[in-house]
Design a protein around this ligand. Structure first.
Ligand code: OOG
Ligand code: NI
Length: 464
């Protein structure tokens, strides 16, 4: 076989991410405006912070700083999810994490398809937060059946895309020309269709059951519903969105702004009401509107251990018990204040976060000469104290269910809050997916452990 002629999955993913960005900017001009704002603010932050500027240059990520980090889609059937897994695998993206959104009144469960190892993330970090609609949570049986029937009739992948996935699987990759065609074919699945595949009447009934159900069932495919670049100052972007004519959601999701950032902060501009048309049985089109597509930004911090995550969840719950952020923004200042006050209980230095076992760190050699004085099996704390070993926070590359719910809600219209019975069902999700998802905590723990093992190996070889 001619493996040497195969394009690396990382390069296919990078090409796909760039193609998605170009398509989405054209489809949703407000997203282009958001990208410009993010680029301006990132440039301003870098101009004021030469240390950060140097670090990004060293880690080779300066040029790619405003490239998209993730996007999101919502699928309708198990078969779509299983095929989507195979499509993403061609691009080196694998399912990580299980997110149950039913807790937040949204009838989906989700995973994120993403590059896993460090080199792949550095090459191109693009992930797709992928949700599967849970028709089992629709009470109206008749409507559920109609939704199911509508979904089984559609084919969201082009024949070309399916053929190229099969080819990549049997041949172990794609050559240059096939990789280019693959990106073009796969892009079609994510494209917006303003002609709905249901009647205005069915759309309304789906919409009344839940806006998200209408979004998934009524169209030919799972249009990309947002893309998300990285910002170096999320509060500045949030504040300046209105000045550029885009309407931000009420609050930034996640932890407050801190010296030592933890997990993930994110915010979005609210989804736009867009013209669509519905078909009737005579083939006539009736005009209407649909609200689904938006733009988002994110800023990431350290990955937390289960202990750190439990503390984060506890503090977030405590904040929301004090002030529940209103969708109309009427208590935003109050909420942000409560958030900051409550999170004062979360240590804000890397030393303390490490000492309390709240976050994951990667360890590396800081000073060879100092390290040479230690024997195999040496105590980590002693090596750190001697300046031989240093630790750096491992960046959280995954998502947060409460934040995701906040992003969903603000983009479904502010009246969309609804109750569903909380019913996580990871087993069912994995059956539908045709694979197990990687547990994100185990993954970060492994990165940390491997960094420690590498140091111990250095001690043994130095001895020999
Ligand atoms: C996905 C919302 C979740 C995030 O960044 O947490 C998400 C959706 O609205 O389909 O993308
Ligand atoms: Ni998102």
């Amino acid at each position: 076989m001619n493996a040497q002629k195969h394009v690396s999955p990382d390069r296919i993913r990078a090409a796909f991410s760039a193609a998605m960005s170009a398509m989405y900017k054209q489809e949703v001009p407000a997203y282009g405006t958001l990208m410009e704002l993010v680029a301006d603010i990132n440039a301003a932050v870098l101009a004021n912070d030469s240390h950060l500027h140097e670090r990004l240059k060293e880690t080779d990520s300066l040029e790619r700083i405003t490239e998209e980090r993730h996007g999101a889609i919502r699928l309708g059937t198990a078969a779509e999810l299983a095929m989507m897994r195979r499509v993403f695998a061609v691009m080196g993206m694998y399912p990580v994490g299980y997110y149950d959104l039913s807790v937040a009144g949204i009838p989906v469960h989700s995973t994120a398809f993403r590059p896993i190892d460090d080199a792949a993330l550095k090459h191109n970090p693009f992930r797709v937060f992928t949700s599967l609609l849970r028709l089992d949570l629709i009470k109206d049986e008749d409507l559920r059946k109609q939704a199911e029937e509508t979904l089984t009739r559609r084919q969201i992948f082009t024949p070309g895309a399916v053929a190229l996935v099969e080819k990549a699987e049997t041949e172990g990759g794609l050559d240059e020309a096939d990789a280019r065609r693959f990106v073009e074919e796969v892009l079609e699945t994510f494209r917006w269709h303003d002609k709905a595949s249901v009647s205005a009447d069915l759309y309304k009934r789906l919409h009344d059951a839940h806006r998200l159900i209408a979004d998934v069932v009524s169209f030919k495919g799972p249009h990309i519903n947002h893309l998300t670049p990285r910002t170096l100052d999320i509060d500045a972007v949030q504040e300046q969105m209105p000045k550029r004519g885009i309407n931000p959601k009420a609050v930034v999701e996640g932890p407050p702004s801190r010296k030592c950032p933890i997990l993930l902060r994110q915010t979005s501009f609210k989804a736009l009401e867009e013209p669509v048309s519905f078909s009737d049985e005579n083939g006539n089109w009736t005009p209407g509107t649909h609200t689904a597509r938006f733009g988002e930004i994110e800023q990431r911090g350290i990955a937390l251990t289960p202990k750190g995550r439990a503390l984060y969840d506890k503090l977030l719950d405590a904040t929301r018990e004090k002030v529940r952020p209103a969708a109309d923004g009427s208590n935003t200042a109050e909420y942000m204040k409560a958030l900051e006050e409550t999170f004062a209980a979360f240590p804000d230095s890397w030393e303390e976060i490490r000492a309390q076992g709240l976050g994951y760190f990667a360890y590396s050699v800081k000073d060879e000469a100092a390290l040479a004085r230690f024997a195999p099996g040496a105590d980590l704390e002693a090596m750190i104290a001697a300046g031989a070993v240093q630790f750096d926070p491992i960046v959280y590359e995954d998502f947060l269910p409460v934040s995701a719910a906040g992003i969903f809600q603000s983009n479904l219209g502010d009246d969309a809050a609804q109750e569903f019975v909380e019913s996580p069902n990871q087993k069912r999700f994995e059956q539908d997916l045709g694979a197990k998802v990687l547990n994100e905590f185990e993954h970060y723990a492994r990165i940390e452990r491997e960094s420690l093992e590498a140091i111990q190996r250095r001690l043994s070889t130095a001895e020999a």
